[in-house]
Design a binder for this molecule. Sequence first.
Ligand SMILES: NC(=O)c1ccc[n+]([C@@H]2O[C@H](COP(=O)([O-])OP(=O)(O)OC[C@H]3O[C@@H](n4cnc5c(N)ncnc54)[C@H](OP(=O)(O)O)[C@@H]3O)[C@@H](O)[C@H]2O)c1
Length: 237
Amino acid sequence: MARTCLITGASQGIGRATAVRLSREPWLDNIVLVARSAAGLEATVEACRREAGQSPAIHPMPYDLSQLDGIPDLVARIHEACGSIDVLLNIAGYADPKSLLDTTSENLVTTFTVNVFAMLILSREVVRWMQGRPAKILNIASTAGITARPGWVAYAASKAAVVSLSQTLSEELAGTGIKVYTISPGRTATELRRKLAPEEDPTTIMQPDAVADVIAMLVGDRERTLDGQNIIVREQR
Ligand SMILES: NC(=O)c1ccc[n+]([C@@H]2O[C@H](COP(=O)([O-])OP(=O)(O)OC[C@H]3O[C@@H](n4cnc5c(N)ncnc54)[C@H](OP(=O)(O)O)[C@@H]3O)[C@@H](O)[C@H]2O)c1
């Protein structure tokens, strides 16, 4: 049966690097790319084509994940187009770093909606279709969710929530054949990191393809021993 990987946050950064890396995997038949920017997703499709030619099939599906009520329909459309969803990579993320006194309700709601609520609703909907098949979910948290980040309170708290929800899902889904991974990357050279640390030289920190390599290892068939634990991903440069 054809195998499908759904990647959120695929219009740039770690999500794009992961799509390009996974497009080289012979076991994958379909890669579905989700983010808001249609142009960003098209650029990812092009990058995958340059990497791997015409196989696997790449399906860009622009969607704003803060629209929680539309997620069930999105997942149903993906399942209809591809026939299965075998791997879900929850990579989409939002950060607008603010100190406590500058943190608005809007900042809190947007951060938690994209980073936590959409991840949970998407996981719920995908699990409905995964039942009875071996499958994997991988959620991106952050080292910001494990150690204090003064000035980034909403983002850091949302990533701590990702660690917690992933551990809960891992236990709840144990025995169903669905494995849940959490990775917590350290500083990675992307647009989101530029917002968090505008003064930093991006060439001095981890690049998105290093994170993509870890994701490819985890979702590949040879990985059979890890589940649930929060895996820190850092590169010494
Ligand atoms: N970079 C780091 O240092 C670092 C470290 C630890 C963890 N992380 C995590 O890694 C993940 C990827 O981030 P990145 O560093 O690669 O940043 P990025 O380049 O800014 O990518 C963020 C992705 O999330 C998507 N996204 C944001 N809001 C969305 C929405 N409402 N609906 C759909 N998609 C949305 C963006 O696409 P659109 O704008 O097109 O919607 C984009 O594809 C995030 O969860 C982030 O928290 C990053």
